[in-house]
Write a protein that binds this ligand. Structure first.
Ligand code: FAD
Length: 313
């Protein structure tokens, strides 16, 4: 049997694609997820910005009903790591880790991305308890308070500017004295009064107590340390896109990607390969939010339905 649609990844993007494809009439749809469905938001202790969801709710609480809702409309789910997706003679082949394969007329991929860790002491221990990689997600928790931002690229600087609008002060910690960001962004940083530049310095340790982070120790290039009293530390040192399944045997990618390894899509989530749609955090210009990943899943599903209808009828 050839699936109408194979969905790779069971985060907000993949689950929404599963809901829309099955409810929209595709008969044979399977979602391949290597872990528990729900995606990376399952690690979040609190989510406040999913529309319509008020009150204190964890990422896991938010995501728990999603798989059940999809299954009601016929989505099948297989817990398996997908190692590769290939295409030949207009049919996709999904290669599973155990060596078996499944074929599909269309593929919606939403395998997400993972923010890189800096590697300082306490970073993992306090991740989600004061250490964050997402200003849009967690900035509001520090409204009117001081925070530190680690990084010197475009993302770090743009997130520092975003945080400066919410927080009373932002310490921007960067290991060099020049930034890798766009000159215009650097100029905006320099004229923002509540951003203090802490240059030629790297984070040494983040520390705190049972309630969370209380401070950050940085070390400058001369080995001198400084303690910055902040309850929040935001790190932006790059992002690893989970694009491994698109790598072909010869090392090329199945579809067009940008230099950062993100999948290039149009506004309908179409990639450069007919019948292959990319969604959520792994696509270019992704806002990296649950609501936008879910939106991508819906858009891709509607496109996949039209694609399969046209192909088979
Ligand atoms: C701590 C934390 C807090 C956050 N807070 C917020 C917040 O407050 N608000 C907000 O909107 N967003 C928040 N985010 C961001 C949000 O979680 C992501 O933007 C969103 O989950 C992206 O959805 P996705 O479906 O694209 O990818 P993901 O959620 O990353 O899901 C991808 C899925 O694909 C699976 N997968 C990967 N590779 C394979 C493979 N080879 N085979 C099979 N399965 C595979 C993974 O196991 C995963 O389940 C937070 C993220 C984190 C980590």
């Amino acid at each position: 049997m050839i699936l109408d649609c194979a969905i790779i990844g069971g985060g907000p993007a993949g689950l929404t694609a599963g809901l829309y494809t099955t409810r929209g009439g595709l008969e044979n749809v399977t979602m391949f997820e290597k872990g528990m469905p729900g995606g990376q938001i399952m690690n979040s202790s609190e989510i406040e910005n999913y529309p319509g969801v008020t009150g204190e709710i964890t990422g896991m609480d938010l995501m728990m009903p999603w798989p059940e809702q999809c299954q009601k409309f016929g989505l099948k789910h297989e817990m398996v790591n997908i190692v590769r997706v290939t295409k030949s003679n207009d049919i996709f082949t999904i290669h599973k880790e155990d060596g078996t394969t499944v074929q599909a007329h269309s593929v919606i991929i939403g395998t997400g991305s993972s923010p890189r860790r800096v590697g300082f002491s306490g970073e993992d221990e306090f991740f989600g308890k004061g250490v964050s990689t997402c200003a849009t997600c967690d900035g509001f928790f520090y409204k009117g308070k001081e925070v530190a931002v680690i990084g010197g690229g475009d993302t770090a600087l743009e997130e520092a500017l975003y945080l400066a609008k919410i927080c009373s002060k932002v310490y921007l910690v960067h290991r060099r004295d020049t930034f890798r960001a766009a000159p215009n962004t650097v100029a905006r940083i320099k004229r923002t009064e509540n951003i203090e530049l802490v240059l030629n310095s790297s984070p040494d340790e983040v520390y705190g107590d049972a309630m969370g982070v209380t401070g950050l120790r940085v070390k400058n290039n001369d080995g001198e340390t400084r303690d910055i009293t902040v309850p929040g530390v935001f790190t932006f040192v790059g992002n690893d896109v989970n694009n491994q399944t698109l790598i072909q045997e010869d090392g090329s990618f199945l579809c067009d990607m940008n230099k950062a390894g993100e999948v290039i899509v149009d506004i309908s989530m179409r990639t450069s390969v007919d019948g292959l749609f990319a969604t959520g955090d792994m696509r270019i210009a992704a806002p990296k939010q649950v609501v936008s990943a879910a939106g991508d899943g819906a858009v891709a599903a509607l496109q996949a339905i039209s694609y399969v209808d046209e192909k088979l009828n």
